[in-house]
Design a protein around this ligand. Structure first.
Ligand SMILES: [Zn+2]
Ligand SMILES: [Zn+2]
Length: 427
C-alpha cells in the first residue's frame, strides 16, 4: 500500500525542514515532499491537518523482558507499545533473561525481533559477562553480531579498573559505552531519592551522589580511553553540571534524560505509589529544573524512556520491596509535549523531534531520524495538541505500571509507519 500524507507540518531536523506540505510513501520509502502533491491511483490519502509529519521516534533505552520474563513484556507487546507511542526504532537493553552477553544471543534476538516486533529493534549488548562487572565480553564479536553499543545498565560496573578495560575494548571496535551511573555503596537499599519526602515516609533514599560519583569517574575514564561514553537517564543537577563540564574538556560524552524525570519529582512517591519507584529515582525540584536547563543549553543530547515493564503483582508489594521501573513508550510523547508547553519559551517542533528522533539515531548511528527522499519510510504523524488522559488499561504494553495514570498529557501519535507499512493508527 502507498500513502499520501496530506496537509501536515513536515518536520525533519536532519534536513532542517519545517514546512506545511504533503509527504508521499511509495514502495515502503519516502518518495516525495512538496507543498502540494496530487493523489495517485491506489494510494491511501491520510489527512494530517494540524499534525506534524515527522521521522519515527527513536528510543535508545527499552527493556523488553525477553525471554523468560515474557509475563512482563514480549518483543511483540513491547513493539506494539512502541508504535502506539510513535516510536519506529528502539534499543533493547541487555538485561533480558538470558542476558545479551554473547554474539549468538544478540543475533537470535535481532532475528526474532525482526519477525515478531512491529517496530525496528536494535540491541545494546552487555558490557560484562552476565552483567556481573567482572569478565569482559567479546566486543569484536558483539559488534559483528549487530550490537550498537554496550551497557550493564542497572548492574553498573563497580570496579573502575574493569570499566577502564571495557572502555578500551569498546573503543577499539567503535562501540559506545552506555552507563547507568550508580555507586551501589551509596544507594544500597534505597527505594527513592534521599530527601525531605524519604525522611517523611521513613524510607531509605539514594543520594544524588550515588549518580554523580559515577558520572565523574566514568567521564574521567572515557577521557583516558577515548571511548564514546553515553550517560543514561541523567537525574541530578550536579550530574548535568558534570556532563556540561566534561563536554567543554573534549570528552566524547553524551547524555539522555527520561520524560518522567522532566515532568515529575520525588513528590510522586509521597503516597507510597510503587509506580513512581524507579532507578534513578525521581529527584527534587532543583534537579528537575537543572534537567530542563540541560536540554535547553544542549548539555543533554536526547530523550529516552527507560521503558521497564513489571507485572501488577510485583508492583502491588510495599514500596520498599517493589521493583524499580515504569512503562514509558506510550506516554513519552504526551509527557514531553506537556513539559514543553509549560516552558516559558517552548522548544520548536524541530527541536522536539530532534530530541526524540534525529539526535538519538545519530548518537548510536542508527539508520533512522530523517525523512530524506529514498530512505525506508519510518514516519509518525503527531497531533501535538491532543489532550488525553492516561488509562493504564488502554496501554498496548503487557504491563501497566505508569506513574502517569489518570494524568492529562498533551500530544499523541496518530499514525505510525515502519518501512512504509501502517503499524499503528489511533482509534
Ligand atoms: Zn538504568
Ligand atoms: Zn534501564
Amino acid at each position: 500500500m502507498n500513502y499520501l500524507l496530506r496537509n501536515g507540518r513536515v518536520v525533519d531536523p536532519a534536513q532542517g525542514i519545517d514546512q506545511m506540505g504533503d509527504l508521499r510513501i511509495r514502495n515502503g520509502r519516502i518518495a516525495e515532499i512538496a507543498p502540494t502533491l496530487t493523489p495517485e491511483a491506489g494510494e491511501r490519502v491520510v489527512d494530517c491537518t494540524d499534525c506534524w509529519i515527522a521521522p519515527g521516534l527513536v528510543d535508545l533505552h527499552v527493556h523488553l523482558r525477553d525471554l523468560r520474563q515474557s509475563y512482563k513484556e514480549t518483543l511483540q507487546t513491547g513493539g506494539a507499545a512502541a508504535v502506539a507511542g510513535g516510536f519506529t526504532s528502539i534499543c533493547c537493553m541487555p538485561n533480558t533473561d538470558p542476558p545479551l552477553d554473547s554474539p549468538l544471543l544478540v543475533r537470535e534476538l535481532i532475528a526474532r525481533a525482526t519477525r515478531e516486533s512491529p517496530c525496528k529493534v536494535y540491541v545494546v549488548a552487555a558490557l560484562t559477562q552476565g552483567m556481573r562487572g567482572e569478565q569482559l565480553c567479546d566486543y569484536a564479536a558483539l559488534k559483528q553480531a549487530g550490537a550498537v553499543g554496550c551497557s550493564d545498565d542497572a548492574f553498573p560496573v563497580q570496579s573502575a579498573e574493569v570499566l577502564r578495560r571495557a572502555m578500551l575494548g569498546c573503543a577499539a571496535y567503535g562501540l559506545p559505552v552506555i552507563t547507568h551511573c550508580e555507586d551501589k555503596t551509596l544507594s544500597e537499599g534505597a527505594s527513592m531519592h534521599a530527601g525531605a519526602i524519604s525522611a517523611q515516609l521513613g524510607l531509605r533514599g539514594a543520594p544524588g551522589s550515588a549518580e554523580t560519583v559515577h558520572i565523574a569517574r566514568n567521564a574521567l575514564l572515557a577521557h583516558e580511553t577515548g571511548c564514546h561514553l553515553h550517560i543514561q537517564h541523567l537525574s541530578t543537577a550536579f550530574g548535568v553540571a558534570l556532563v556540561r563540564f566534561f563536554k567543554t574538556q573534549g570528552v566524547r560524552i553524551t547524555a539522555e534524560v527520561t520524560p518522567h524525570h522532566l515532568l515529575l519529582t520525588e513528590h510522586a512517591c509521597a503516597s507510597f505509589n510503587t509506580n513512581a519507584k524507579m532507578n534513578p529515582p525521581l529527584r527534587s525540584e532543583a534537579d528537575q529544573h537543572a534537567l530542563t536547563e540541560g536540554i535547553l543549553d544542549g548539555t543533554i543530547d536526547c530523550i529516552a524512556t527507560d521503558h521497564a515493564p513489571h507485572a501488577p503483582f510485583e508492583k502491588a508489594q510495599p514500596l520498599a520491596l517493589a521493583p524499580f521501573g515504569l512503562v514509558g513508550l506510550e506516554t513519552a510523547l504526551g509527557a514531553v509535549l506537556l513539559w514543553n508547553d509549560q516552558l516559558p519559551q517552548p522548544l520548536s517542533p524541530i527541536q522536539i523531534v530532534n530530541l526524540l528522533s534525529t539526535a538519538p539515531a545519530r548518537l548510536l548511528n542508527l539508520p533512522a531520524g530523517t525523512l530524506a527522499i529514498g530512505v525506508p519510510a519510518d514516519v509518525v504523524v503527531i497531533d501535538p495538541t491532543a489532550r488525553w488522559q492516561v488509562n493504564p488499561a488502554m496501554l498496548h504494553s503487557k504491563s501497566k505500571n505508569t506513574p502517569f495514570a489518570g494524568m492529562e498529557l498533551m500530544g499523541k501519535a496518530r499514525y505510525t509507519f515502519v518501512n512504509g507499512e501502517l503499524r499503528f493508527e489511533a482509534g
